[in-house]
Design a protein around this ligand. Structure first.
Ligand code: FES
Length: 283
């Protein structure tokens, strides 16, 4: 595995890839900018990243096709063909969601993501050729092409797993951030101007405080998407928009109004006691 790790480390540092990755990521970002498109592709509408969920379909279908190709007989040939076609159909939305997620990455993550996408695109080409060969009755060629495609899918899957589990891409950045459960003093009431906002420390976490009319709203200041600083974002209409990729959260409860974030921001109750603003984690 050391060889594999070294290879991945080289890709992470291979800056020449940026010349391709950056213009492509910009173009994808532009295409996915409308909020409804973003909310669907990111998985905001289901409250969970959509891409990892969709990958199960092509990988599952092609795995079963490989089993039938290798261990089945003439009676399972048609089923294997259907599975190859199912994987191809599912690969289109899977790739669209992956491209959307990838467009938000930077540096080493973006380079790994580019190679991940390339491996999967090569797999798609092999499987398309495999299906064509199967439909022409060239079953041996169809099987060989599918197995080559499966190898590429496994390589792509390894890199996808590396992005999430080793590099933390698209992991909820607030998952382990929980501020005080008891009322905690954070700021003098006079230090938060009308319509103003401040980043304050509450126990081990930083919190965004916003004075909105008569209310003081409080959310974790680290964006759940990729850790953007919400105190540097835009506050408007009862919402805060992250300066990094535009995720918008409702101040009153932290709900995601616009993706790419899929997880809500942890929110806090607030009160003013003896001229001091206090907060505690919303139950
Ligand atoms: S870090 Fe991506 S939207 Fe906030």
């Amino acid at each position: 595995m050391k060889l594999l790790e070294d290879l991945v480390a080289r890709v992470e540092k291979w800056k020449a890839l940026d010349q391709v990755a950056e213009p492509v990521a910009r173009a994808v970002g532009r295409a996915a900018r409308p909020a409804p498109v973003r909310n669907v592709l990111s998985g905001t509408v289901i409250g969970h990243p959509l891409h990892p969920l969709l990958t199960d379909v092509p990988i599952g279908a092609w795995t079963m096709a490989a089993v039938l190709d290798l261990a089945g007989g003439p009676s399972t040939a048609h089923a294997a063909d259907v599975l190859v076609a199912t994987g191809l159909a599912a690969a289109v939305p899977t790739a669209a969601t992956g491209l959307n997620d990838w467009s938000d990455t930077q540096g080493a993550d973006r380079r790994i993501g580019l190679v991940h996408a390339t491996a999967n695109s090569v797999a798609l080409t092999f499987y398309t050729a495999s299906l064509a060969a199967r439909l022409q009755g060239r079953r041996g060629a169809g099987k060989a092409l599918a197995l080559a495609g499966y190898g590429c899918v496994m390589a792509g899957g390894y890199l996808g797993g590396h992005l999430v589990y080793a590099r933390g891409v698209n992991v909820n950045r607030t998952a382990w951030r929980r501020g005080p459960r008891r009322w905690t003093d954070v700021l003098a009431d006079t230090d938060l101007a009308a319509g103003g906002h401040r980043r304050v420390q509450a126990g081990s976490v930083s919190v965004l405080l916003v004075r909105d009319g008569n209310r003081i709203e409080a959310l974790d200041s680290v964006c759940s998407h990729m850790g953007g600083p919400l105190e540097k974002g835009t506050i408007d209409g009862g919402c805060v928009t992250c300066p990094w990729h535009g995720s918008t959260f409702r101040l009153a409860d932290g709900a995601v109004v616009r993706g790419p974030a899929t997880a809500p921001q942890p929110g806090y109750e607030t009160r003013v006691q003896d001229g001091r603003i206090q907060l505690r984690l919303r139950s």
